[in-house]
Design a protein around this ligand. Sequence first.
Ligand code: ADP
Ligand code: MG
Length: 259
Amino acid sequence: QNLVTSISDTPVPSPTTSDNAPNYLRLRGLSKSFGDTPVFQNIDADIVQGEFVTLLGPSGCGKSTLLRAIAGLTDIDAGEIEVDGEIITRLPPQKRDIGMVFQHYALFPNMSVRDNVAFGLRMRRVAPRSRRERVEETLALVELGDHAHKYPHQLSGGQRQRVALARSLVTRPRILLMDEPLSALDAKIRQHLRDQIREIQQQLALTTLFVTHDQEEALMLSDRIFLMGQGRILQQSDAESLYTRPASAEVAEFVGAYN
Ligand code: ADP
Ligand code: MG
């Protein structure tokens, strides 16, 4: 457990299950259109510190756009985004202190695993010694300690995605956003990495918003699920309630579609 205490600057937050835990990520009235076409409208949502929330919904419903908006990679038309009491709506991405992992790992092909992971720290001018320590800790966390010297083309898809995860975690972001990080992997690797992501998230008590269109993934991973459809969040609840107490016919139809 040394690893965990050393990677976290702050005390481990209170468990996510406590009822009075403050909201950490707050979305208020977020709206976004491409031209005349609305993607999402008036999104309100809250995530508690250390919570793992899955944004679940069919392809094309606006999940990636919402995630990119939170990360600052796309502008929104209206609304506010707040992290730990700070309004970040107009901050550039690199000032938001938010990590993001994409479906297709965008690693630098000409850099070793170690250098790929160190990149964000170098950008932030972290001193070489602390940089090395932090990189080694983070590689150990994703179980890639033995592969630090390798190049992306020498790794499997699952290993590359773990490098991408390490690269996001190495700066110790306040929030981790993941956009279908498992979708490009085959079933066995997907399941292993899924369990690993949850384990790491719990060890670091990392506030996480995970996007998927896969109901099983959402069920296995999440403290809560935000079900998205038609540019709105149709229901925010724990996985069980989503199935036993769907809030609307639309929700029932979506969760029933696979039964
Ligand atoms: P999801 O991630 O849920 O599949 P997206 O957020 O990628 O959904 O897309 C939501 C809608 O916005 C889709 O109809 C998509 O075609 C459209 N869209 C996404 N990005 C752009 C863009 N840069 N320009 C125009 N339309 C876009
Ligand atoms: Mg998407």
